[in-house]
Structure formats: structure tokens, C-alpha cells
Design a protein around this ligand. Structure first.
Ligand code: SAM
Length: 181
């Protein structure tokens, strides 16, 4: 299954950090790419920089959101605490080849509830778009613990203490260990 994310209501002056986390979470949990309804050059560049170093072909693009919701060929799922709990719909969602998952920043326009095929909750409490997206992607894709990017220039080697990475720049492979102390 291919999952795409639509981030609505990004405010460049206030949401840079959380929107970056939404995008990086989408990538790390296996989404193909993310659409924003606001163009934010700095944000887009910083996410593309991560993709360049850490690998893969995850995209970040500006889109006219109503057009995307009208034209997307697949299942459109809006994440909202007012929706139907994910466990009740997950089997239905998993039948689709392409899914667009929509998360807001502040209040999303009312039309979103009708333009999407499903309104889905991740618990019935208010929390965060990052948490909601992570839980949704992991329940649906189950990729976060196995995802690898073959063209990565930086790769983490898990270790009990400190930070160990392999850097592969211009064909030169270098192992770096930082004890952090
Ligand atoms: C900080 S919340 C803002 C909610 C806003 N006050 C409203 O009434 O729509 C930002 C986004 O996180 C997601 N979200 C937060 N809690 C959620 C939950 N329990 N289930 C699903 N999505 C949730 C929704 O996509 C929401 O648009």
C-alpha cells in the first residue's frame, strides 16, 4: 500500500518545528510523500536536505488542497478526534492500494470532513498531529522498525551507548563513533 500525507493549515511563522516533525514522521514511518497547503521554502528545503542525507525518494510539495482531495485516486482519510476509532476501520483501510491521510494544524475547514471518505480517530482525546499520524501509519503500514534507505549517505548503527553512524560521502565510507561524553 502507498500512503501519502496532506498537512493542512501550516502557518510558517508558528508551525515550522511541528510541521517538520509531521514531515519527518511521515517519511520515517513509510509514507511516500507529503503535501502542504502552504508553500514554505525553508521548511521544504530542510526536509529535502534530510532526504538527501538519509536517503529514499520521499517528496514534499505544495498543493491546492481541495483539488488534491477532489482528484486523489484512492482512499482519503481525515484524522480527527471526533472520528470513528481506527480499530473499527483498519481492515477496510488496508484493502486500498493508495491512501491519502489528512492532518490539521489548528481547526480544519468543515468541508474536509465531507471531502474525505473517512474521519478516523486515534483515541478520543485531543493530542497532536505527529502522534496521530505516527499511530495511523504504524497500524496501517508497520514499517518503522524495518524501513531502510539503500542510497543513504548517513546510516545509524544501533549501539547500547553513544552514537555510531556510517557516513558514505562521494563513495568514501567512514565509520564514526561519538561517545557523547
Ligand atoms: C492540535 S490538533 C488541532 C485540533 C483542533 N483544535 C480541532 O478542533 O480540529 C491538530 C491535528 O491533530 C490531529 N489529531 C489530534 N488529536 C487527534 C485524535 N485524537 N485523533 C486523530 N487525530 C488527532 C488532527 O488531524 C488535528 O487536526
Amino acid at each position: 500500500m502507498e500512503v501519502y500525507v496532506l498537512r493542512l493549515g501550516h502557518r510558517p511563522e508558528r508551525d515550522k518545528r511541528i510541521s517538520t516533525h509531521v514531515a519527518l514522521t511521515a517519511r520515517a514511518f513509510g509514507a511516500r510523500g507529503i503535501y502542504f497547503d502552504t508553500f514554505d521554502k525553508n521548511l521544504f528545503e530542510s526536509v529535502r536536505k534530510v532526504v538527501k542525507s538519509w536517503g529514499g525518494d520521499f517528496f514534499i510539495e505544495f498543493v491546492e488542497w481541495k483539488k488534491l482531495l477532489r482528484e486523489f485516486e484512492g482512499l482519503k482519510v481525515h484524522l480527527t478526534m471526533y472520528g470513528i476509532p481506527l480499530p473499527q476501520k483498519i481492515e477496510e483501510i488496508k484493502k486500498f492500494e493508495k491512501v491519502l491521510v489528512v492532518v490539521g494544524a489548528e481547526k480544519v475547514p468543515g468541508e474536509v470532513y465531507y471531502l474525505c471518505d473517512m474521519n478516523i480517530s486515534i483515541g478520543l482525546q485531543p493530542h497532536s498531529e505527529v502522534a496521530a499520524l505516527a499511530v495511523f501509519l504504524e497500524k496501517v503500514l508497520q514499517k518503522v522498525f524495518t524501513l531502510e534507505f539503500s542510497d543513504a549517505k548517513v546510516k545509524v548503527i544501533p549501539c547500547e551507548r553513544g552514537k555510531k553512524v556510517i557516513k558514505n560521502v562521494d563513495g568514501k565510507r567512514e565509520e564514526v563513533f561519538d561517545s557523547v561524553f
